[in-house]
Write a protein that binds this ligand. Sequence first.
Ligand SMILES: [Zn+2]
Length: 308
Amino acid sequence: MAQQEPTVIFAWVVEKTMDGKTERYLWDLGFVSDISKLGPEGSAAISALFIISDVPASAQLPELLNHLNPPPATLDTLTGMILSHAHADHYGALDEFPSSLPLMVGPGTKAWVDGSPDEEKPVPPWFWNHPKFIGEVGEEGAKGKGEGWHKIGSYEKAFDFFGDGSFWLMQAPGHCPGHQVALCRVSTSPDTYVLLGGDTCHSRYIYTPFPTPVARSEIACWAHPAEGPAESTKGTHTMHVDVAEAYKSIARLTRMEMEDNVICVVAHENEVAEELGVGVGEMKQGWEKWKENGWKKGKERGVHPKPM
Ligand SMILES: [Zn+2]
């Protein structure tokens, strides 16, 4: 059944050299290998939705950085961390990173976390209180070289973090408050981009091609195994707090994917890991040459997922 397929969780290092100085940001922090770290409410909430097994401690960030050769970053070379959104499979073991590393999140995240009662907080307080600085993109301390929000591509609100059009942090509402995606320029002349799509949706086949209206409720909703076999029951759960907004954000992703020089990758895009042969706790080197390497070919061929 679909619910028992293993799920990829991507984390990325965004590296930028400007004026002879290199900055490195971790985009998403993966998942915790031991969910009891999330506290009783947090681990119960996760267990109710997913089966968690076989997440080796060595595949958990930041420990994972010690097992990659060469490491794309170390705790000493990281400049900061950016979350696509404040869910447990994206903030990982936040408390194991140095508290001096700044954490940046999308606008709306702080109100959501701070405004939720303790037992319902999307981030446990002992994680959330750990970094010395948490800023929402665009705020003082979380602006980089950016100035204000701009329309870029199909996105209405994008922040030019390095000030040169190379790294846009873009609001992509729907999945949860503060959800954001990132458009990263990975080569110039010609310009090519990787769009880190976070949890805009949870499979390649949701945003490419964009589903027809009749398929929409199916792709946004799912059934817990306890409700019966997937094929026999109508899904009553949804991955998104605002399904209407989520559709719009998915459509934006689809539109960007239509560009020859953009490749979108959502955080749980299992097909990418399969096509590139990336296993648990492994990495692929830089994405500067994704186009010449043909990493978008699988999508262009319209390969259909394995029957589940
Ligand atoms: Zn996720």
